[in-house]
Write a protein that binds this ligand. Structure first.
Ligand code: ZN
Length: 146
């Protein structure tokens, strides 16, 4: 069973697109994003730490969209190799302000099930076996999201 992060409340849930046991939210609406933040691609400890970030943001921000985009912006700024986003223009200024004001907990990104026992050989053909983005050999394992 897949363990995945709930972007809404920071709880870990079972199944990337199953509803969260805590807040009932099912999915972000972007399945690739849901799966990126699951134990397929990240260690449990990493998911837990991202969950702490979500909870931290929720303590400081009330608006649902701003919570989500602040989290996305955080990931994009701190872990730009995972994903790179620009917040929607209408929210961008507010989110950048929040980002500079809040002292976020840090996250150590460790690999998940699909890539943990696979030492990098330096050969893109071998390194990308079983990866969704294997045809895009120049990308790292997690960059299929882009
Ligand atoms: Zn939840």
């Amino acid at each position: 069973m897949t363990t995945a992060l709930c972007f809404n409340c920071g709880h870990l849930k079972y199944g990337a697109i199953c509803s969260c046991p805590k807040c009932k939210l099912r999915s972000t609406g972007d399945t690739k994003l849901d799966i990126l933040f699951s134990d397929h691609f990240m260690a449990h400890s990493t998911l837990n730490q991202f969950g702490t970030v979500v909870k931290f943001i929720n303590e400081h921000v009330d608006h649902k969209d701003i919570r989500f985009w602040t989290f996305m912006f955080y990931v994009s700024e701190r872990h730009s190799d995972l994903l790179k986003i620009d917040p929607p223009q209408a929210l961008a200024e507010q989110i950048q302000d929040l980002y500079s004001q809040l002292e976020f907990p840090s996250v150590q990104v460790l690999p998940g099930m699909r890539n943990q026992s696979k030492p990098q050989t330096g050969d893109p053909k071998q390194d990308d076996v079983n990866m969704p983005g294997r045809d895009q050999s120049a990308k790292k394992w997690w960059q299929f999201w882009r």
